[in-house]
Design a protein around this ligand. Structure first.
Ligand code: COA
Length: 167
């Protein structure tokens, strides 16, 4: 497979007309797929942190995130809540991998989630066999917090990985 030059690629928020392409990439490279309405729903709520990588005029990768409100466990007596970012899905087309696009998508998404929503941490689930993705997340300072048995439909376990953000 010919490797592509990614120097001129840009990372930016997805447009609604591009959600169908994102869905296509997701279905081509990951077994975790979602109905069309789900993409529109995430876009409607958190479209500013739903990013695509655009190379040679075509979308070659995406990161889809949502913002969740959780109880602040650092002081449960105060009954305060905190905002956290949840990476729902990230993918790059095979011929564009290993060029830093996954890192650029993740970095920009985390920055924007922090700037726009004031999130205190980011978390995600990943298949325990997905070494490439686990390496990517570790490189960004995510650590494994938990192993979730049979999280995926085919019975594979997930790691729940988390990264606390500096304020
Ligand atoms: C995970 C994925 C998005 C990474 O995209 P990418 O553009 O290749 O990522 P990068 O080039 O920025 O690489 C980031 C890091 O991933 C890790 N990595 C990438 N390719 C790797 C490989 N073949 N083996 C081991 N680690 C690898 C490395 O830690 C790398 O950092 P480094 O280049 O500094 O060593 C991509 O592999 C992909 O789309 N995979 C299929 C979908 C998927 O598994 N998504 C995650 C679901 S939780």
């Amino acid at each position: 497979m010919a490797e592509k030059d990614v120097d001129d690629c840009i990372i930016r928020p997805v447009l609604p007309s591009e959600l169908v392409v994102v869905k296509g990439i997701n279905e081509a490279v990951l077994p975790e797929n979602y109905p069309t309405f789900f993409y529109y729903d995430v876009y409607r709520n958190w479209g500013d942190v739903f990013l695509v990588a655009l190379c040679d005029g075509r979308i070659v990768g995406y990161i889809m995130n949502r913002i969740e409100t959780k109880i602040d466990r650092s002081n449960i007596l105060l009954w305060k809540t905190v905002k956290v970012g949840h990476v729902i899905s990230i993918a790059v087309l095979p011929e564009y991998r290993n060029r830093g696009l996954g890192s650029r998508l993740l970095e920009k998404a985390i920055d924007l989630m922090k700037q726009n929503y004031g999130i205190k941490k980011v978390y995600l689930e990943v298949r325990i066999s997905n070494e490439v993705a686990i390496n990517l997340y570790k490189k960004f300072g995510f650590t494994i917090k938990e192993r979730i048995p049979r999280y995926y439909r085919d019975g594979e376990d997930a790691y729940l990985m988390e990264k606390e953000l500096e304020q």
